[in-house]
Write a protein that binds this ligand. Sequence first.
Ligand code: PMV
Length: 337
Amino acid sequence: MSSDTDVTATTAVAYPNIALVKYWGKRDEEFFLPVTSSLSLTLDIFPTTTTVTVIDGPDDVVEFNGEVASGTPLARITRFLDLVRAKTGRTERAHVVTSNAGPTGAGLASSASGFAALATSAAAAFSLDADQRALSRLARRGSGSASRSIFGGFVVWNAGDGLGEAADLGSYAEPIDGGSLDPALVVGVVNNQAKAVSSTVAMRQTVATSPFYLPWAESSKVDLAEMRAAIAASDLAAVGEIAERNALGMHATMLTARPGIRYLSPQSLAILDAVQGLRADGVVAYATIDAGPNVKVLCSRADAPVVAKTIEALGDFVSTQTAFSGQGAYLLRDGAS
Ligand code: PMV
């Protein structure tokens, strides 16, 4: 690996992010342009590590969590690499080795960390000249939420305006100042398995059929403005209140899609009840839930142990992992770890 005629292998690491104001619904499916802007916290657990090597062979080869990928996962990655090839004018194929430290496809943002790591490593392997904003736009084309995992801490993904190629430039993520907030997210894991309905399909069906979708999208704009103000004021209770109402509203849009889509399970509801109980006892704790039954509870770093204990006391059906604010995607250089 010393001369520039050698193969180029680059490794990147990215972390999942959990939206406090959700992205739910595309206005342009091809360009992954969202209906609304969203805001998230990048975590410091469950990273994805991805190595991309430019190869001579006829096809892309993908190893996913130790197994050679085929079908939809392979097609999704090839389609993404095609974008990188188109941007660089290069035609070589790639060998991609990727692994998730956390559960895959279980509503724990593995596609966010996955495509942020792939965008970062593939851009470097194919010598695409891209700053973080450009990487965020690129990652968006793999999975919308991945645009936010390019950055650490609190991140806003600006929806932008318009449709198609012309709108691509305006839809990117950027970090925002978290003030003195140092929150924890206690992740209540009730199911590690991949979900039955993908977020892509669920959002499409929601946008197309739910009578609650447009009202939620409108209220989400208010949530975002109020969330920005709450973060600027370092007001954790307000951040939590807005996050919880925004997430429950998002689930209401899915429940009212036709046919309805339900990711919430009885175990999710048991955790929501426990979070309400914590609040009744004076603990600042609020829940958010993505496209899966697992519940993430926002609280202060100091309260994380009591929140985790309370959730675990619900029974064997749930385990917890506590996350804090994590960093954006980065490249590993020269065998660094
Ligand atoms: O980026 P996707 O297609 O995995 O969609 C993510 C959707 C939610 O996780 C439910 C919300 C969000 O903003 O991350």
